[in-house]
Design a protein around this ligand. Structure first.
Ligand SMILES: CC(C)(COP(=O)(O)OP(=O)(O)OC[C@H]1O[C@@H](n2cnc3c(N)ncnc32)[C@H](O)[C@@H]1OP(=O)(O)O)[C@@H](O)C(=O)NCCC(=O)NCCS
Length: 190
């Protein structure tokens, strides 16, 4: 279910995600942007990158504050159907870092990976990003990392009725919150 994190909620992003994702990535401060992409990248690169997210093959969880996307976890399977490997990437805007948002997003991403039979998780720029390494270490019970090769192995990478149910419940609550967000924005005075 969507975690009540500081002042926001986490839910899957299903549709219309390229625009909000682009705006969120462009708002990242210089250091976070470099850490997210493993090096300095231009605004144009980000615009093209966000556009790619229109495809339905990636699972994206967003952290929303007042309806604005402030954090994202992206799970992008390698290849098309029945991929057993995926890349995971995280981005949280500076004011919301170090408040447990990354931990909550990784938890949801791991559940989604498990339910899709993903066994190997490549964490973008993990090895040279200390906070990301700290974050990944918190999930050692669920994820085995070889920090040298920036690949994590998802433990028990097969869905169970319980793990499917957990994701379903989280999505249902996320959808309800999404509708609430829309209503709240519609009711706000212009
Ligand atoms: C890396 C990132 C995803 C972590 O998310 P976060 O919400 O800041 O992390 P959390 O608050 O969940 O903290 C996770 C762990 O990191 C460590 N940590 C958090 N804040 C820290 C700080 N200011 N200094 C050092 N370690 C810190 C702690 O070990 C923490 O676990 P704990 O709270 O149980 O002690 C986020 O900071 C971010 O988006 N950074 C910019 C982009 C990036 O680096 N992406 C990752 C590569 S794809």
């Amino acid at each position: 279910m969507p975690e009540p994190l500081i002042d926001g909620v986490i839910r899957k992003i299903w549709i219309d995600r390229a625009g909000p994702y682009r705006d969120h990535l462009l708002r990242l401060d210089k250091e976070s942007r470099r850490n997210r992409f493993g090096g300095a990248v231009s605004d144009e690169f980000i615009e093209n990158y966000a556009e790619l997210s229109r495809g339905l093959d990636s699972v994206m969880h967003g952290f929303f504050v007042d309806g604005v996307l402030r954090g994202v976890a992206e799970l992008r399977p390698f290849g098309k159907e029945l991929a057993h490997e995926a890349e995971a990437a995280f981005s949280i805007e500076k004011p919301w870092q170090s408040h447990g948002v990354g931990s909550a997003l990784l938890e949801r991403t791991l559940l989604a990976a498990r339910n899709r039979g993903i066994k190997l998780l490549h964490m973008a720029c993990l090895a040279n990003n200390e906070r990301m390494v700290d974050l990944a270490r918190k999930f050692e019970a669920e994820l085995t990392f070889d920090f040298g090769s920036v690949i994590g192995e998802v433990e028990a990478a097969h869905p169970t009725p319980m793990s499917m149910w957990r994701e379903l419940v989280a999505d249902t609550h996320g959808f309800a919150t999404a509708m609430l967000d829309v209503q709240t924005r519609m009711m706000k005075p212009a």
